[in-house]
Design a protein around this ligand. Structure first.
Ligand SMILES: C[S@@+](CC[C@H](N)C(=O)[O-])C[C@H]1O[C@@H](n2cnc3c(N)ncnc32)[C@H](O)[C@@H]1O
Length: 227
């Protein structure tokens, strides 16, 4: 079966999944992998920095997307897999704030940078690491070179001082860890200050990167600890 046939079939299967299998909608145990402390830490970031838009790479079934949509800001979420795109598209088709893009995250970030006002504060949730390739480094490079006030959170990242947090390891493609990030002179990297023992859900690690203009305000938040 050729690509022209499989894509619509996968898309329709994803839409059908949404209608017939509501149990799939909670994704990895709820927004942010079911992690209560992460949710509080991200909420604190929103309250302090008031981002005007959200871009998520890796929609999966839209569980975390839905939480972002409830913050009352426009959300762009990007999914490469046609079936998962079909699911997320069906989930948000009546939500005027959420746009689901079927694309590779890097291509779509470049496109969004051309179309959006990149001087505004934008929250990026980078969660598109799943397949053999690891787009995270390029995603960060695109965002840092195009947006003036990005808040970049990378899911599944190794927390240097707490091995109890899970992280992704792609073998020869690399670990999701601070070593993977591009050189960004003057930018700050933070990790959760909460020990993994106080976290709930899947207890995945994460990292937060911000440009110099936002660093002191993030540094004042209890939930985040500078690297
Ligand atoms: C861990 S899941 C995302 C979970 C979702 N953010 C949530 O919190 O429920 C990773 C998703 O990224 C997608 N993905 C992987 N590589 C991608 C890429 N290069 N561009 C866009 N999506 C990608 C996968 O198909 C998968 O659905």
């Amino acid at each position: 079966m050729g690509r022209r046939v499989t894509r619509p079939v996968a898309l329709l299967a994803g839409m059908r999944d949404f209608h017939r299998r509501p149990e799939l909608s909670s994704g990895f145990g709820g927004p942010f992998n079911g992690q209560t402390r992460r949710l509080e830490a991200i909420t604190a970031l929103f309250d302090e920095l008031q981002p005007e838009r959200v871009v998520e790479t890796g929609s999966y079934r839209g569980t975390t997307t839905e939480w972002f949509g409830q913050r009352d800001v426009p959300v762009d979420t990007i999914e490469i897999n046609w079936r998962l795109f079909g699911y997320a598209w069906a989930r948000f088709r009546r939500d005027p704030l959420v746009t689901v893009h079927r694309s590779d995250s890097r291509a779509e970030l470049q496109d969004l940078a051309r179309r959006l006002d990149t001087t505004r504060c934008c929250f990026f949730y980078l969660d598109a690491h799943w397949h053999e390739e690891l787009p995270t480094r390029e995603e960060i490079e695109i965002i840092a070179s195009r947006w003036e006030q990005p808040i970049i959170v990378i899911d599944d990242c190794k927390v240097p001082w707490d091995d109890g947090y899970g992280f992704d390891d792609y073998g020869s493609a690399g670990l999701v860890s601070v070593e993977l990030f591009p050189e960004l002179p003057g930018w700050s990297v933070f990790f959760p200050s909460t020990p993994h023992t106080e976290e709930t859900g899947a207890r995945r690690g994460c990292a937060l990167i911000v440009p110099p203009a936002l660093a002191s305000r993030v540094g004042a938040l209890d939930d985040w600890r500078a690297a």
